[in-house]
Design a protein around this ligand. Structure first.
Ligand SMILES: CSC[C@H]1O[C@H](OP(=O)(O)O)[C@H](O)[C@@H]1O
Length: 352
């Protein structure tokens, strides 16, 4: 079955697969303004750290193309306001801010271009961010695949797949690469309450591609580990601090603690655009809290009493000591810590 892309730019508009409606309905929302793009990020029409980064980049480009200002310098100033608007959409995934900063830097470096050339240059940068993401995910897959053994059952959490990126995925990219290499892999997907990215999105991606998948509820993860069914755990990331502490979907920390208890390797797969080298530890990562309705309802069905207090953190932070390795496009960082991540920074600076 033909795979569906989550982000499609065409003729000044951005088509976003409405991931809130998957797996039952495949429907797109078309954005013609940067405000519409921002709303789709905030409402999780599109979600996943690399996907929202690429989406915000197109939001910046569309903002420039639809602006009525008459000169480039004024447009650069307006882009700073557009950037501020898009930065307010979601606080945790650093890819969002990385992509917006990259677009702003290109804008400032090209403020001497004519208005039309400037707008074309911005769109070109958004395309580059999107195209690079796919290549980066394939490189992460290639590095990560070497860690996977034929016959492995791999537990994953949330969705770090093609739907969370421009294509191919990070954690699911490793699984795809192992499958493509002919290794028999079986995925156990946590449903991932409350937004159910595992049940609705990861299971959908795996079923589409006929990669064996078993769906479990989050509270079954410990038991399946105790039964000895899981050989590896691979998850994505939304922000990795300079010491390797990693923010990811709520419930990831619990998996990491259980993995340590059961002696199961716990891998994080992420591009270097998910690293936030400006923060020393995970304590500094802002954790998004989302609407109580995500907890009190499943779709339109209310499952909790009116008036009950709700705490709905969308992410948690796994200390680096619980992470066996971080798989990036530059290679695998085993037993990540501040020293090894500083070495990654040097490698990035050397290799570009
Ligand atoms: C490939 S990164 C995906 C990452 O983003 C998800 O969060 P959300 O669905 O809220 O955007 C989750 O943390 C995934 O691991």
């Amino acid at each position: 079955m033909k795979k569906v892309r989550s982000i499609i730019y065409k003729d000044g508009k951005l088509k976003l697969l409405d991931q809130r409606k998957l797996p039952v309905v495949t429907e797109f929302i078309t954005c013609s303004t940067y405000e519409e793009v921002g709303e789709c990020i905030r409402e999780m029409v599109v979600r996943g750290a690399p996907a929202i980064g690429a989406t915000a980049a197109y939001g910046m480009a569309i903002g420039a193309m639809t602006s009525s200002v008459k000169d480039t310098l004024t447009l650069v100033k307006e882009l700073e306001h557009i950037a501020e608007y898009l930065c307010q959409t979601r606080p945790t995934a650093v890819n969002l801010f990385w992509a917006i900063d990259r677009m702003l830097n290109v804008a400032k470096a090209n403020e001497n271009l004519s208005l039309e050339e400037f707008k074309e240059r911005l769109l070109e940068e958004a395309h580059q961010i999107a195209n690079e993401d796919i290549e980066i995910n394939r490189r992460i897959g290639a590095h990560g695949e070497k860690l996977i053994d034929d016959g492995d059952t791999i537990l994953t959490h949330c969705n770090a797949g093609a739907l969370a990126t421009v294509d191919y995925g990070t954690a699911l990219g490793v699984i795809r690469a192992a499958h493509e290499a002919g290794k028999k892999v079986h995925v156990y997907a946590d449903e991932t309450r409350p937004y159910l990215q595992g049940a609705r999105l990861t299971a959908w991606e795996m079923v589409q591609e006929e990669i064996p998948v078993t769906l479990i509820t989050d509270n079954m993860a410990g038991y399946v580990m105790k039964l000895g069914r899981i050989q590896k755990i691979i998850v994505g990331a939304d922000r990795i601090a300079a010491n390797g502490d990693t923010a990811n979907k709520i419930g990831t920390y619990s998996l990491a603690v259980l993995a340590k208890e059961h002696g199961i390797p716990f891998y994080v797969a992420a591009p270097v655009s998910t690293f936030d080298f400006s923060i020393k530890t995970g304590d500094e990562i802002p954790i998004e809290e989302r609407s109580p309705r995500e907890v009190t309802h499943i779709g339109d069905i209310q499952i909790a009493p009116e008036g009950v207090k709700i705490f709905n953190p969308a992410f948690d932070v796994t200390p680096h000591e619980y992470i066996t390795a971080i798989i990036t496009e530059y290679g695998v960082i085993k037993n990540p810590d501040a020293e090894k991540i500083a070495a990654l920074q040097d490698q990035i600076q050397k290799e570009g």
